[in-house]
Design a protein around this ligand. Structure first.
Ligand SMILES: NC(=O)c1ccc[n+]([C@@H]2O[C@H](COP(=O)([O-])OP(=O)(O)OC[C@H]3O[C@@H](n4cnc5c(N)ncnc54)[C@H](OP(=O)(O)O)[C@@H]3O)[C@@H](O)[C@H]2O)c1
Length: 321
């Protein structure tokens, strides 16, 4: 089968299209023929090993699993002998940031992992972009224990995580203030934001409102900068470590003082989460935002675009036609 393989950590060019053996499902696994995947910041992070810590999961000196692609959508072609949840021909989508595999024509995944049937009302392309940004957004929203009617500010509302966060917060009935670029104001309103601040014309820190939760979905602000905008026990979460890793330190210290605090939840995803997302899609409450689509041969170009930090939502990778 064809796959994008990386045998060493490094820039986009380390990812190469080649022929590799097709995997075989174990007893409790399914074999998925992948139609579409995505290229995202998780794939980029593991490929570049920009943060050395990622190597503790992916291999200290070289990548243990050499085909990236944490998101996938495709069709089940074979099932293991003990599989009961799926059958051949099922259209499925899912997420796997342990052994990855979405950037290859076939992958195997345990039936109990984060994989489920594609909702009828979306395409393979949309299904491939359903889980990465949204599960990070979900983990952070849950950690902040957002309740209906609370004021929440989403900074960077047009990224994969930000665009999912706005839609999920709408589902949780928060009052959403979203910060984005002039060109995306209408888009962000259409995702469900109640108030939109254009960061090119307004300083978002000058807003009169106070927020129970500030979620920096692109990691461009700081706790110090946002603290005055938080309510007495308000919560700040960022998707990045912050200057000199300060967010880790604040996450260890601030919860002990009972006032405004910074949290740094560890992301995770379960089958329950993909079922939850599927349900929202079926109810018309969530739809992944798609920006560009690349063919598998264009992987280097796709990575470069993703790493420009300027994508709007998600970038889809077509594996087979
Ligand atoms: N290391 C990992 O494994 C990992 C995994 C996932 C995510 N992350 C981190 O999580 C963050 C978000 O990821 P993502 O995929 O959701 O982001 P993304 O899609 O790459 O975000 C791109 C968006 O960010 C907005 N943006 C860029 N600069 C901005 C600024 N100064 N102020 C406000 N918005 C700005 C742009 O919108 P405008 O056009 O409106 O400016 C663009 O739409 C990234 O920092 C990423 O590194 C890390």
């Amino acid at each position: 089968m064809k796959a994008i393989v990386y045998t060493k950590y490094g820039p986009p060019e380390v990812a190469k299209l080649m022929e590799v053996p097709k995997p075989k499902p174990k007893d409790k696994e399914v074999l998925v023929k992948v139609y579409t995947s995505s290229v995202n910041r998780t794939d980029s992070g593991f490929r570049s090993a920009e943060y050395f810590i990622s190597r503790f999961w992916s291999g200290l000196f070289r990548p243990k699993y050499q085909i990236l692609g944490c998101e996938f959508a495709g069709v089940i072609e074979e099932i293991g002998t003990s599989v009961t949840l799926f059958k051949n021909g099922d259209k499925v989508f899912g997420f796997n940031d342990k052994s990855f595999g979405g950037h290859g024509e076939y992958l195997t995944i345990a039936e109990t992992d984060a994989v489920t049937n594609i909702p009828e009302n979306i395409s393979f392309e949309e299904a491939a972009a359903l889980t990465e940004g949204s599960h990070y957004a979900l983990v952070n929203i849950r950690a902040a224990k957002v309740e209906p009617g609370q004021n929440v500010l989403v900074y960077g509302a047009t990224g994969a995580i930000g665009s999912a966060a706005v839609q999920l917060l709408k589902h949780f009935e928060a009052n959403i203030t979203a910060v984005c670029n002039t060109k995306n104001v209408e888009l962000v309103k259409s995702l469900g934001a109640d108030v939109v601040i254009d960061y090119q014309t307004q300083d978002f820190t000058k807003t009169e409102n106070k927020f129970q939760f500030i979620f920096d979905a692109v990691g461009k602000s700081s706790f110090g900068q946002c603290k005055p905008m938080l309510t007495e026990k308000g919560i700040y979460i960022s998707t990045e470590l912050g200057k000199n890793g300060e967010n880790i330190l604040y996450a260890l210290i601030t919860p002990f003082f009972g006032g405004k605090k910074l949290l740094f939840p560890i992301p995770s995803i379960t089958k329950q989460d993909v079922l939850f997302l599927k349900d929202l899609v079926e109810k018309g409450e969530f739809k992944p935002l798609i920006d560009r689509k690349y063919q598998i041969e264009q992987i280097v170009e796709a990575y470069k675009y993703v790493e420009s930090g300027q994508k709007t939502g998600n970038v889809v990778l077509q594996i087979v036609e």
